[in-house]
Design a protein around this ligand. Sequence first.
Ligand code: SAM
Length: 238
Amino acid sequence: PPLYKQRYFFVKDIVNQYKPKKVADLGCGNATLLCMLKFHSCVQELVGVDLLMDRLLDWNSDKLSPSIGDHLGPRDLDLSIVLYRGSAVEKDSRLLGFDLITCIELIEHLDSEDLAKFPEVVFGYFSPGMVVISTPNSDFNPLFPASTFRNSDHKFEWNQTQFQHWASNVAKLYSYTVEFTGVGAPPPWAKHVGYCTQIGIFKKKQPDPGSWILAKPTGSRVSEPEEHAYQVVFRASF
Ligand code: SAM
């Protein structure tokens, strides 16, 4: 399958494996990934956020709405889908308490100012159980016919060392673990270049049971003041 589908299938596998109830996709584009995740019965809340929502609503809002089939064979658990117009570097309290946040081919579209804000918003504030970030791996670019950025809107393309350095620092700062993998394997003679798309899987560290007195009381996020920066552009319930 084409690379973009391999990225979506990668996320589907993660959802199958970890069974998150609340999933948000930042930089969701035309919401194809959300359309695919709606069929996972573990998911009860699906949220998409993107700066631009117009092309999405033309393309995929039908597929996100309940269809006749959804009414004929009702789900065991309710599902709500909400799409917001907003930026992944702005805080919105409706994104608190998620099990999984995905950022598929998003970070390379952030300028240096937004990239600097991104970890504090996503890891510090949204603070989900798990984060999956994918981005092009520039070590792979020499295997392409023309050695330039893959997309003119990319602000940067990191090699494996650069991405892993950034991701490990973020993980350390916000108490997550991170593992690296990817999709789009290189040909056997070029193994060293790594995957075409590099992926970091971040998992929030559980507080050390011995230090529970120092840990923040659970539910402390509930008292976080409501903060709504995003605009709802679509809503559906099943
Ligand atoms: N994740 C989708 C996918 O894999 O098909 C779309 C990836 S597309 C290359 C990057 C998306 O990020 C675009 O839809 C763009 O509008 C969105 N985007 C760029 N900057 C953003 C920001 N600060 N906040 C939210 N979305 C952003």
